[in-house]
Structure formats: C-alpha cells, structure tokens
Design a protein around this ligand. Sequence first.
Ligand code: ARG
Length: 463
Amino acid sequence: MAQLWGGRFTKETDDLVYRFNASVSFDKKFYKQDIRGSMAHVKMLEKQGVLTTEEKEQILTGLEGILRDVENGTLLITEEYEDIHSFVEANLISRIGDAGKKLHTGRSRNDQVALDMKLYTRDEVAEIDALLKTLLETLLNLMEKHISVYMPGFTHLQKAQPITLAHHLGAYFEMFKRDRQRMADIYKRMNYCPLGSGALAGTTYPLDREYTAELLDFDGPTLNSMDSVSDRDYLIELLSAMSTVMMHLSRFCEEIIIWNTNEYRFVEIDDAYSTGSSIMPQKKNPDIAELIRGKTGRVYGALISLLTTMKGIPLAYNKDMQEDKELTFDAIDTVKGCIALFTGMISSMQFNEDRMKDSAKNGFTNATDAADYLVNHGVPFRDAHGIVGRLVLYCIDKGIALDDMSIDEFKAISPVFEGDIYEAISMKTCVEKRETIGAPSEKAMKLAIAQNRKYLEENVSVK
Ligand code: ARG
C-alpha cells in the first residue's frame, strides 16, 4: 500500500477497504493529464515565490522522467498505489527526494482530480467531434452520389411518400450536425480550470489561478472553490450528448438492419462488416449494426448512473464522485468505437438502387399526389382524399398500382381525371415537385448539400 496519508492513523487500512477505496486501476488512464496539471502547478508555485527555481526545475525534470518512463513501458502503474496522484507523487519523491515532497503544496487531490478529469474529457470531446465530422463528410458524399435515387419514405414503417436516398441520409446529417454543436457547447462551458480550489475552500498560498488556467489552455479559472471540486455537470452533459449520438446511430442501425433483410434488400452490408452463422451456412448477419444498437443501452446507463450518484451529494467533495470515472471512460470509448465503425460500415455498404425505386413504386406512395391533382382541378381536398381512397381500394382489390389503371378506370371513379394524371403521379414528379426548403427534390437537396458542404469546409472545431 502506498498512500499519501497515514499520520493521523494508528492502524493499517484493512486490505479489503484499501482495495474498495482505491482508484488506480482506472484513474491511471489520465496519468498524462495528472502530470501535465502538476507541471503547471509547479511553474505557478515558483512564479509566486512558493518554490525556488531549483526546486521547480528538479520537480519538472522528475515529472518528465516519470512521463517518459510510463510511456516507454519501463515504469508500470501498479495497484500498490491508491490512485494515480499517489503513484506520481511517490515516484517523484523516490526519484528527486525532498523537493518532490513540495509538489502538493497548495493543492488537494480534490482539485487535482477535478482538473485531471476535465483535461481528459476535454480532449475526448475534441476527438468525438472529429469522428462526428468524418461521419458527416461520409454522409454528405453519399448524399451527393444518391441525389436521384428514389425510395419510399415511411411513416409508422408504412410506405408514405417517395423521397430520395440523399434526402433520407440528409436527415441523419442534420442529427449528427446537432451532435457536433452539442460537443462544442459542452467544450465551451466546461473550459474553466478548477486547479487552485484546494480541498474545498481555496488555499492560503498566493496561488495565481489565472496563470495555471492559461498554462493549461482554459478560458479562465472557475469562480467558486466548493463548486469547482464537486462539479460533475460537464460529465453529465457529455453523457447526455453521447447518449443522443448513440440514439441517432441506433436509429440508423435499425434502418440498416431492416434494409438489409431478405425482404427489403435495399442495402448489402459489406462482407468486412458482416458475420456468419456457425450453423446456417447461408447467413450473413448485420452484427455490427446490431451491436451499435445494443451498446446504446450502455451509454444511457452511464448517464442515469452518474445522475443518480450525484443527486444526494452535499457540498463539497465526497468520495461518491470517484464513481464518475469508470462509467464515463467506458461510455467515451464505446461512443468513439461506434462512430468509427458505423462510418466504415456505411461507406462500404452497397445501396440497391433498383430495389429502392421499385419499392417506392409499389405501396401507393403517390396517393397524396393523386389527391393533389384533383385539388388542382378544383376538387376540395377532403373530397379528393375520399376519391383517391376509393382508387387505392380498387387497386388493392385488383393487385395493381395507381399508375397501372387505365384512364377509363380513373374516370369511372372521378370524371375529373384526364390523361395527364400519369405524368402527375409519376415518381419523378412526386419527388421533383417538392421544392420547398428541406424537401427531397433535386433542386432543394442541392441547396441543402451546398449549405452543409460550406458548413464542413468552414472547419469549425470545438477547440
Ligand atoms: N480517487 C479520487 C476520485 O476519483 C480522488 C480524490 C480523492 N480525494 C479524497 N479526498 N479522497 O475522486
């Protein structure tokens, strides 16, 4: 056991208690951030005259050595330390002696861990943002390629009106674009430095918190030391935003799973992204899409866990907060993996354009347009709705599509129909007449694509 306290204790910690309490098995993940924070702290202590220049140099060299040795694998972060902070401090003291004992002057593990976690997640937010950007680029390229691929649009998973594949993909583009905006918001709001808040009430040393904030690329120091050591809002916001990313991925995966079925065959997932069955030789299963859909539960779970952990915690730091780490790390790794895999899956997937088009033709997706035709010829919409309903019933009975009816059959149900009805309800007309902003016609889609291309080219990142 290597711990940072003990003077006040007369007995050794019970072994089980020690292990239950320890966090090094998971907080070793932010050893880099812990060392970076310590370096900034030490530079500031020297600037303020709390440490001598020589002490600062010794500590910095010691910390650099620890970082180097951990990175090259010669120094292992083992379970004999309580947490990553103890690991770094103990190793520093064993390397440089007494000067190492001054590292923790004017600092508590409470503001230290708050800083480490923020530094760690701040980088992760930027990485998630970058992965989302690549996904958006992939989607936009697919949209450009499939601007005139007709397919049915659905409501209630029933064919509704014809759209294009570009339009369908474009819906997800907007979702993931909002996800990026959420990442940027979180980054901006979280980017204040808690270092220097001490255990809860600041410290009596003349710390320059603005200086450390600047060294660590924050927008400034946090303004209340009690809040600083116990704020986990930014993690909850991140878990919530990541849950939304997963919800979007999961919806898309669900559609891909449906589109990949024998019945639909709208898409074919690439062999590299499918798996087989151990017993049924014919199977090619969409496991990756299913796994992404499944992992959504894990990320939602992390959000609910942390909200629940935080709900009863009185100010300021309490050990409950140590529970923020494993679940956040797991959620971040899950989300990053899912975005990357999903991007690979959709960029290698084959879209079966003919199947999509045929499917849009069947299922009366042009019924609304038949009603609109009547309205354009003076029939009130409600009456037109009824007439087309009768047309549909007639077609279902005969097993044909609206376009297959003869003009006499049309006229038998309503004399308003003329020969131009066929043109009016063709798939092309149905899609291309929908020209309002956000609609599926080529004209509207080109505008949306151009706007979104500009958004990607502006290259705004969270930092
Ligand atoms: N391992 C702790 C955590 O993750 C670090 C802070 C410990 N502070 C304390 N007062 N015990 O929250």
